[in-house]
Design a binder for this molecule. Structure first.
Ligand code: AMP
Ligand code: MG
Length: 441
């Protein structure tokens, strides 16, 4: 059905819609293994990935402002980090060859080296220099004895042996070598990366521009917060969860409000959104019964595929291009919105932002303490609460009712419990895959 509709429009409308890439969504829809009625999660992700064109515009930002952006040009280290051999401990800088292997050695203390205030002289045979953590290793010295292994009295110090030459010394360049790539194009800038840039003395970095994402909710039942609910009406919550998820990914968010279920309004909204943004997102209006007029509008404005994903929640999903904008039509149910966002949109947005190595959501196997009912044939993303058992092992249990409208299940959860397609019922005590919601970095 969906394939036929797309085939019918192959005659040049795709050009009118500004689509020039070699392989179009229409080609995909014509492929022999393409089944929009039962699309595996992995396949949908792959299809989407094939059509993403990352932003290319670059700007130079101060490193604080660049936090969360994606590096647009490799950064080569202009210096060795650390610049000098320095001490990893408070103690005494010594020559390894002076130390007895089998017992204490008495050395003469000839000075001190502090962080930022190095010892100016040269260490001769039988001498030691008092040294602090981070201070430059004096010329002639090659090892550091930690102060717990030394007894200092007058100008003498008695030290125990160390295992090897170079003990307790941090080598120049051991963190980064001059001329080596410190950061690669396509890397996201997290706290560690902006700290690394600072350690190189670099205050500005080339990053890709932010992705602009326009979104609106559809549905006559939706009321913005601040108004009173009439009979059968509900507050529009998806715009807020979507805002939150986009803002966390560092997108510029263009909130277009609620659009009535009326062809003219919906068409205008799509046109405006696609002109203003790199990505257009909607919630609602793609489920059976509603999708038909939305399909017609999107068919006129671009190339959009409508899928029934073999997953729960989040079965209906639309993906395509409207002009140059990427389009994600998410389902209306509040949990389905979040699940489809994390399973499809997040990955795609990171890619569009210019990231080249996108780690999947962190996933681990843990023991599930509650039994779960599940029919084979679709991937389920149940909401899970993690806890630590007495033996130190992590366990997970579901949040209870898994209805796709129960947003509190997402709020209570720490993770998705991912139950693969073939999986049937889960017995209490079985291992399950989880995807963590939060990471510290
Ligand atoms: P739809 O996909 O438009 O049929 O919507 C599916 C379900 O999600 C319906 O119960 C809607 O009322 C609900 N829904 C749709 N959009 C929103 C929204 N923006 N906020 C909260 N609930 C919504
Ligand atoms: Mg609706």
């Amino acid at each position: 059905m969906a394939r036929m509709e797309l085939e019918d429009r192959k005659d040049g409308e795709s050009r009118a819609a500004g689509i020039s890439s070699a392989r179009t969504l229409l080609d995909l829809a014509a492929a022999s293994d393409y089944d929009p009625e039962s699309m595996p999660v992995e396949k949908a992700r792959e299809h989407i990935r094939a059509f993403l064109q990352p932003v290319t515009a670059i700007e130079r930002l101060g490193i604080r402002a660049a936090l969360g952006r994606v590096v647009a040009e490799d950064v080569v280290s202009p210096v060795d980090v650390p610049q000098h051999d320095n001490s990893a401990m408070d103690g005494y800088a010594v020559r390894f060859q002076d130390l007895r292997k089998d017992g204490e050695t008495t050395l003469k203390v000839v000075g001190a080296s502090f962080a930022g205030k190095p010892f100016a002289g040269q260490l001769a045979a039988g001498q030691a220099v008092r040294i602090m953590t981070g201070a430059v290793i004096p010329a002639g010295a090659d090892s550091v004895i930690q102060q717990e292994k030394a007894k200092h009295g007058g100008d003498q110090v008695v030290v125990l042996p160390v295992a090897a030459e170079g003990a307790n010394v941090r080598r120049a360049g051991e963190d980064l070598r001059r001329g080596s790539p410190a950061l690669k194009r396509g890397q996201p800038l997290r706290p560690a990366e902006i700290g690394m840039l600072a350690s190189l003395g670099i205050g500005e970095v080339a990053v890709y521009r932010r992705l602009r994402v326009a979104f609106f909710s559809t549905g006559d039942e939706l009321v913005p917060i601040g108004s009173t609910l009439g009979p059968g009406q509900i507050y529009d919550s998806n715009r807020y969860t979507i805002f939150g998820m986009l803002a966390r990914l560092g997108c510029d968010v263009l909130d277009m409000g609620v659009i009535r279920d009326h062809p003219h309004d919906v068409e205008q909204a799509f046109r405006r959104a696609a002109e203003a943004a790199d990505v257009v997102m909607t919630s609602g209006g793609v489920s059976v019964g509603e999708a038909d007029y939305v399909k017609q509008i999107l068919g006129k404005l671009g190339q959009v595929l409508f899928w029934k994903i073999a997953m729960k929640p989040g079965r209906p999903l639309a993906y395509g291009k409207i002009g140059n904008a990427h389009f994600f039509g998410l389902p209306g149910n509040p949990v389905a919105v979040m699940v489809t966002f994390y399973q499809f949109v997040r990955d795609a947005l990171l890619h569009l932002q210019g990231q080249t190595r996108i780690a999947p959501l962190p996933s681990l196997k843990v023991r599930c303490t509650s039994p779960i009912k599940k029919a084979p044939g679709r991937t389920e993303f149940q909401r899970g609460i993690l806890s630590r058992a007495e033996d130190g092992q992590w366990t997970v249990r579901t949040t209870g009712d898994q209805g796709s409208g129960i947003l509190s299940s997402m709020s209570q959860a720490d993770c998705f419990i991912v139950l693969p397609t073939e999986q049937g019922n889960v017995e209490a005590g079985a291992l399950v895959d989880i995807q963590l919601f939060e990471g510290p970095v």
